[in-house]
Design a protein. Structure first.
Length: 143
């Protein structure tokens, strides 16, 4: 931060000197310095290219599958898109269990089975999801 203040002060002095002094060479040096400083400001501050990061490794906080599923279910309580994602997950379960994944997936989307009908029914989404998952569990235990 100290370098930026110094550069601004030096730029101001160069600008004032270039304005009032009549030396042609000094004016061009001031223009070159101010142009370089402007490029540093634009690329250094805006794009952060000139300032190297001391930490090379940026740690990313990753969520577990359980946390993602819990977040999806929370969003599904009020949103249609999240509900459709939950429906697709149930369809994927059935499609994975079948011999022909693609045809089962398409047929379940067009003609829903009992679990999907329960999930799409009116009422509290969490109760419907719980009943649908019990149906899926029963179907899994049959196989």
């Amino acid at each position: 931060m100290r370098f930026h203040r110094v550069a601004i002060v030096v730029s101001a002095i160069m600008l004032i000197a270039a304005t009032f002094l009549s030396s042609y060479a000094f004016r061009w040096l001031a223009v070159l310095f101010l142009g370089t400083f402007l490029a540093f400001l634009l690329f250094g501050f805006e794009m952060r290219v000139a300032i190297p990061e001391l930490r090379r490794r940026i740690e990313i906080e990753r969520k577990t599958d359980v946390e993602r599923t819990v977040g999806l279910i929370r969003k599904a309580r009020s949103g249609r898109v999240a509900r459709s994602l939950v429906e697709e997950k149930i369809v994927e379960i059935y499609a994975t269990l079948s011999d022909d994944y693609n045809s089962t997936y398409r047929s379940l989307l067009s003609e829903p089975n009992e679990a999907l009908k329960v999930l799409r029914s009116e009422g509290d989404f969490l109760d419907n999801l719980e009943r649908a998952l019990k149906i899926v569990e029963a179907d899994l235990n049959e196989d």
